[in-house]
Design a protein around this ligand. Structure first.
Ligand SMILES: [Zn+2]
Length: 241
């Protein structure tokens, strides 16, 4: 963790304690982006020859991740959805390939796919105070909705075309838990991260590795106090390496 950010947040020990407990070695977003983009440069990924791609939740507090990706990779393809699931599917991937800059016959893209969660200054998991809203709010609200439904025992399995994305979020989670299993906000976020990573790996198997060089980065985006954002990194995979 950056010494400066730790210093700034030293008055929020409960937050730092929970961050380290549940997301050990999480990095400040800015540091994560700097380190990963630096590494990717050594594999030939540069702003001018690479398309950025982002799949995270639609929530406005996930915006700083999009800002950072745009800062390092320029114009960025947006695959955001409720919860951060890859609802755009094969068509989304095929569109990305069509928009990827080509250099000497090789197209490059860098794909960030991660759900999000908040930790308040009091160390409360899932709680966040949004600008202009006095009462506590939640992130991720979409995943939190499924947590409440599981706890209540009332789950609508039908696909609701008036609420399509949330129906898919629900189905994705239910397909990956045992019957009767309950989840809290932390569990469901970690599960969502695994599902999103697996879905992405599956979708990318169809990409022609002789034409496209890509990287996928997965993990969890964490919102802390004082508008700080952190990344709990999982995969950082460059194809063909
Ligand atoms: Zn969300």
């Amino acid at each position: 963790m950056s010494a400066n950010i730790n210093k700034d947040l030293s008055c929020f020990p409960l937050f730092l304690e929970k961050l380290q407990l549940h997301f050990p070695d999480a990095l400040p977003l800015e540091e994560y982006m700097q380190q990963t983009s630096q590494k990717l440069k050594s594999y030939g990924f540069e702003d001018y020859n690479t398309l950025g791609v982002v799949a995270t939740c639609r929530d406005e507090i996930a915006g700083p991740l999009v800002y950072q990706i745009t800062k390092y990779w320029g114009k960025t393809f947006d695959l955001r959805s409720l919860g951060g699931f890859l609802i755009a599917g094969k068509t989304g991937i095929s569109t990305i390939l069509g928009h990827t800059p080509m250099e000497e016959g090789i197209g490059r893209f860098v794909f960030y796919a991660m759900p999000h969660i908040a930790i308040s200054e009091e160390g409360e998991i899932g709680n966040v105070y949004r600008e202009g809203i006095q009462k506590v709010s939640h992130a991720c609200g979409s995943l939190g909705e499924v947590v409440h439904e599981l706890a209540s025992g009332h789950i609508n399995f039908q696909t609701d075309y008036e609420d399509l994305e949330q129906s898919i979020v629900r189905q994705k989670i239910l397909s990956n838990i045992r019957y009767g299993q309950e989840l809290n906000q932390l569990d469901i976020t970690k599960l969502a991260s695994t599902i999103i990573a697996d879905d992405l790996k599956g979708l990318l198997t169809a990409v022609d590795a002789s034409v496209y060089k890509y990287t996928f980065l997965t993990g969890i985006l964490i919102h802390g106090p004082k508008d700080t954002h952190w990344i709990y990194p999982q995969d950082c995979h460059v194809n063909g390496i």
